[in-house]
Design a protein around this ligand. Structure first.
Ligand code: GAP
Length: 513
């Protein structure tokens, strides 16, 4: 097992064991690529959502939030292009009968080449120490250069065949690269076919009159169809944005990698409506702003990179991903798309209704252009969770597992622990919980020895443990232990709220953006 796979397995089992993520309907053996968030997972997810929502809506005067329905008029999806173009290229392996996304097979092949490059770089960085110049090494090392050229050439060809929908060339590429089925090892492939990812359902009681609907594959269309409603009722002036979080559904073929690719997932999207011709500038601004949001979490700048798209979606004139270093390599976390006037223009055509804005400065009506930021909440959860999960060696040969969540995202901010279950310590500890719970999520924990309770709270990612002991009865002070450093300090009970709130609040995180 590679180190990456081992780390990823640890992420999945920790998520289950500590009440973050469960397979859906597990007592019926689960449902492929569908997951439930458990008590701690739901809290972490809510905190990530709040961080996004407040950064978008609360901190930007010109962005408002909505909550549109999942069901939409079916013509929405014709207008948006999803009925005709929301397809994945599929290929079946004749031996294993397993179905794959043809483009993903090629991308995984390229990821292996990139893995080799990373290894070379890591080795060289160790060898040269401080003097190591990565850019120069990449430009001069013959093996790295050859591998990089190979990876770039494959991605270029993949981009071209996807853009032209040249499915025969996609199959030829898989054959030329001698890609075999991960399951059977066979290279017996069918032709590549297109497959629409939308889930269909029906609205209405009788089979004859029921209307065919789709479960929305993106939340964005709920924003586009409400553009005029929001603009008029909110008296919004361009440029302005509409933000939304909510469920989206895709019948994903390659639904592996835990919550990275799910069939039911949640998006956090923002459509920023702008004047035609200003899209390039806003696109760059939103790329930068979104990266700042990520970096505020303090998970390390080396964990992120931009990936500019070669193949553009049917609606875009520019697009980039913010990729994150997941345990299985760099993968898309968020998309920033310059969507032109495609969506509003298309809804105009299909509805016959004007979706335009009168610009007093230009003294003209036009269909606004849109720059979109779109991030998967579940992917963000996986990024935060996998990055935070740490195994640390302790003195004396012991080790501990810690979820080093950014404080404001942790499910519980503090745990109050009576040293023993007698002498009035539990009662006193409970009064502290009663006081703190008004300000942040605080839990009470009295089971097991205090050392084990520290370990348990570390594994849940609780930033602070507050221990009540016999000295507390005398001087009204407690021991506060910080999760990452394990440092302890004595603090007066009455100073706790101020001291901790300053560090764990969403405000303190938002101020870092
Ligand atoms: N409105 C644009 C749009 O939907 P996208 O790149 O298809 O663009 C945006 O999706 C984000 O949604 C992705 O960057 C990813 O974080 C998340 N996402 C997409 N498909 C997903 C899936 N099957 N499971 C989990 N998250 C997904």
């Amino acid at each position: 097992m590679t180190q990456q796979t081992e780390q990823f397995k640890k992420v999945i089992s920790h998520a289950k064991e500590y009440g973050f993520v469960f397979p859906s309907s597990e007592i019926y053996d689960g449902l492929s690529a569908v997951y439930d968030y458990a008590q701690n997972g739901a809290a972490l997810k809510n905190n990530i959502r709040e961080f996004w929502w407040k950064a978008m809506v609360q901190l930007n005067e010109n962005i408002v939030g909505i909550d549109a329905a999942i069901f939409m008029h079916p013509t929405t999806w014709k207008a948006s292009g999803h009925v005709d173009a929301f397809n994945d290229p599929l290929i079946d392996n004749k031996t294993s009968k397993k179905r794959y996304r043809a483009d993903v097979l090629v991308e995984e092949y390229v990821a292996k080449i990139e893995g080799k490059i990373e290894k070379e770089i890591e080795k060289a960085a160790k060898r040269f120490g401080e003097a190591f110049d990565e850019a120069e090494f990449r430009a001069t090392n013959p093996r790295v250069k050859a591998n990089q050229e190979k990876a770039d050439a494959i991605l270029k060809r993949l981009g071209k065949s996807l853009e032209k929908e040249d499915l025969a060339d996609l199959k030829a590429l898989i054959e030329e690269l001698e890609i075999s089925c991960p399951e059977s090892g066979s290279r017996e492939w069918t032709d590549v076919k297109q497959f629409n990812l939308m889930f269909g359902t029906k609205l209405g009681a009788s089979a004859e009159t029921a209307m065919d609907l789709y479960l929305r594959p993106e939340t964005a269309q709920g924003i586009f169809v409400n553009f005029l409603n929001v603009q008029k009722t909110g008296r919004m002036k361009l440029p302005f944005g509409i933000a939304q979080t909510g469920k989206a559904f895709r019948n994903e073929i390659v639904a592996r990698q835990f919550i990275f690719r799910m069939r039911e997932f949640e998006q956090m999207e923002m459509q920023f409506f702008i004047a035609p011709g200003t899209q390039k500038e806003w696109y760059e601004q939103w790329k930068e702003k979104r990266m700042k949001w990520h970096l505020a979490l303090g998970m390390g700048a080396d964990k992120y990179r931009f990936h500019d798209h070669e193949k553009l979606a049917h609606y875009a004139d520019a697009a980039a991903d913010i990729e994150f270093r997941f345990p299985f390599g760099f993968k898309e976390l968020e998309g920033i798309h310059s969507r032109t006037d495609f969506d509003l223009g298309s809804h105009e055509k299909y509805t016959g209704k004007k979706l335009q804005y009168f610009d007093p400065e230009r003294n003209e009506n036009y269909v606004p252009y849109v720059v979109e930021t779109s991030i998967g909440l579940d992917r963000m959860f996986l990024a935060v969770f996998s990055n935070s999960l740490t195994e640390e060696a302790l003195e004396g040969g012991a080790s501990r597992t810690v979820l080093k969540f950014p404080y404001a995202l942790a499910p519980n901010k503090a745990a109050v622990l009576p040293l023993v279950k007698k002498d009035g310590l539990p009662e006193l500890a409970k009064t502290i919980v009663e006081e703190l719970k008004w300000h942040f999520q605080t839990v009470y924990d009295e089971k097991d020895a205090v050392g084990r309770r520290y370990r348990r709270q570390d594994a849940l990612g609780t930033p602070f443990c507050i221990t009540v002991d016999h000295q507390t009865l005398e001087d009204q002070t407690v021991t506060v232990r910080e999760r990452d450093s394990m440092k302890q300090e004595r603090i007066a009970i009455k100073a706790l709220k101020e001291k901790l709130l300053d560090q764990v609040s969403m405000t303190s995180l938002l101020k870092k953006i």
